[in-house]
Design a protein around this ligand. Structure first.
Ligand code: HXC
Length: 259
């Protein structure tokens, strides 16, 4: 268990922070003392998330921002620093995805997912950099990817390419920005049972049990498993960890390789 002051005095911006894994990370960060800016395309959703965190005793504000639009992202980063005085942690969590055979994928469908996932992550990193390098705790960037971006992801070439690109971007920035005290890491969740993605892609289609068995542990993960990893990487507990891809997948990827 982390202590209540693990993230005290830190300011975090979380993209896609209004729902799913992003909201779980936000909730964990708030409980451990961080101040939060939650962003997303759906204004109502991010505002409701910030309000729930505030009502539970945390510090959170929200702002409608589309990560595809660099100017919007930059303005939101500036607003965060204006509100809280610094930016210490950036979590690139916003993602778009749909299942589609590549031969049937339109160029616009491809670009849409690349724009949200890969370009959105670049926008966040680029806009946050001047502030992260001034963090008195040392800046931390965490991007949520998947090992499917490494192995390949049939029926989701756009998301596979984007996630693979984010891994490469993160390793590059870890080296480029290490001298500025900024750590850059990724987290690769496996199948997380209480997310919309797994509900939609596996459980609703009747593949839940089969997919759970594909992990070494034989079960789906929970959103809090990812939030715990995101706390570790954001906090001083992970202060010598950079350029790492922390795989939190119940051994799904290894079992795939071993099979
Ligand atoms: C084929 C599709 C499509 C589909 C969209 N497109 N959905 N093509 N099959 N199911 C095409 C459209 O036809 C269009 O191209 C282009 O993509 C843009 O579509 P829009 O709907 O205009 O885009 P937009 O409104 O911006 O929506 C973005 C989106 C959408 C990514 C396409 O699905 C979305 O917002 N999803 C919500 C976020 C989300 O997906 N979260 C899940 C992340 S979970 P044309 O050529 O027709 O104009 C995750 C982990 C999963 O990623 C892990 C599982 C193990």
């Amino acid at each position: 268990m982390f202590t209540n002051d693990t993230l005290k005095g830190r300011v975090a911006l979380i993209t896609g922070g209004g729902s799913g894994i992003g909201l779980e990370i936000a909730t964990a960060y708030a409980k451990l003392g961080a101040s939060l800016m939650l962003i997303g395309r759906n204004e109502e959703r991010v505002q409701a998330a910030a309000q729930a965190i505030t009502e539970a005793g945390g510090i959170a504000v929200a702002r409608k921002t589309d990560v595809r639009n660099y100017d919007e992202v930059k303005a939101t980063v500036e607003a965060t620093v204006e509100k809280f005085g610094s930016l210490d942690i950036l979590v690139n969590n916003a993602a778009g995805n749909f299942v589609c055979p590549t031969a049937e994928l339109s160029p616009r469908g491809w670009s849409t997912v690349i724009d949200i996932d890969l370009n959105g992550t670049f926008h966040g990193c680029h806009a946050a950099y001047p502030h992260l390098r001034q963090s008195k705790h040392g800046g931390s960037i965490i991007s949520i990817i998947t090992m499917l971006g490494v192995t390949g992801w049939p029926q989701a070439a756009h998301a596979a390419a984007a996630k693979g690109g984010i891994l490469s971007l993160s390793r590059t920035l870890a080296v480029e920005w290490g001298g500025d005290g900024i750590r850059v890491n990724t987290i690769s969740p496996g199948p997380i049972g209480d997310t919309e993605g797994v509900q939609r892609m596996y459980i609703e289609g009747g593949r839940g049990e089969l997919e759970a068995k594909k992990t070494a542990l034989g079960r789906f993960g929970k959103k809090e498993d990812i939030a715990n990893a995101a706390v570790y990487l954001a906090s001083s507990l992970g202060s010598y960890v950079t350029g790492e891809n922390l795989i939190v997948d119940g051994g799904r990827w290894l079992k795939y390789v071993a099979a």
